[in-house]
Write a protein that binds this ligand. Structure first.
Ligand code: ADP
Ligand code: 5GP
Length: 202
């Protein structure tokens, strides 16, 4: 059994909860310790997103071709687009000796559980649905229709997180400094207690 620090770390949680924010801080603080599993997606790049760093941006035809070629460990449709983790990206990070961190949604989490990857699963939770809505709107990257779609999907992600054993640890991203402190300990392989999942019924 690998020590926790060497096992991949799977981050999931509703869109807009702050996963990218936590990861950006971690990679800036520890440039050599972690490697991001760069997914393929058919969604359009947001301003500032870099090909090969945040995602590999591909057409639907190319994505379907990659599925047929068996390129993905897992893949899913999310809010009208395809997303997938390739064997290649996880292998590359593994070979670099860095801890591999995946940022994926719940269907992907379920699929990864049927593989030999054996990661640590962390669920990043919002403190409330109201806070989540504000963050998604405040990020300014989504149309109102897209915000609504992502919020509807968030409810499903939260339902999954409520199932016992769905994740190893929950971190509530309430105050960013506090949440980052806990997340950093987890990423570094320290034992953490984690937070209780809030009710999220507001
Ligand atoms: P995700 O990657 O989970 O979709 P982001 O990291 O893009 O989410 O964060 C969504 C928005 O919420 C961003 O505008 C970010 O600055 C903001 N945000 C992240 N963490 C917090 C926090 N703890 N408190 C308030 N706003 C936050
Ligand atoms: P976004 O469009 O906001 O970057 O991502 C939308 C959702 O897709 C997020 O929940 C993110 O975790 C998830 N996601 C990103 N890459 C992958 C992937 O490779 N596989 C799966 N299943 N989900 C992904």
């Amino acid at each position: 059994m690998l020590p926790d620090f060497l096992r991949p770390l799977v981050l999931s949680g509703p869109s807009g909860v702050g996963k990218s924010t936590l990861l950006t801080r971690l990679f800036a603080e520890y440039p050599d310790k972690f490697g991001f599993s760069v997914s393929h997606t058919t969604r359009a790049p947001r301003p500032g997103e870099v090909e090969g760093k945040h995602y590999y941006f591909v057409s639907s035809d190319r994505f379907k071709q990659l599925i047929e070629e068996g390129a993905f460990i897992e893949h899913a449709q999310f809010s009208g687009n395809y997303y997938g983790t390739s064997f290649m990206t996880v292998r590359e990070v593994g070979e670099s000796g860095r801890r591999c961190i995946l940022d994926i949604e719940a269907q992907g989490v379920r699929q990864i559980k049927n593989t030999a990857l054996n990661p640590v699963y962390a669920f990043i939770s919002p403190p409330s649905l109201t806070a989540l809505r504000k963050r998604l709107q405040g990020r300014g990257t989504e149309t109102e229709a897209s915000v609504q779609k992502r919020l509807a999907t968030a409810l499903k992600e939260i339902e999954y997180a409520k199932q016992p054993g769905s994740h190893d640890v929950v971190i509530v991203n309430d105050d960013l400094e506090r949440a980052y402190g806990v997340f950093k300990q987890l990423a570094l392989g320290e034992k953490i207690e984690g937070d209780a999942l809030p009710l999220l019924d507001d």
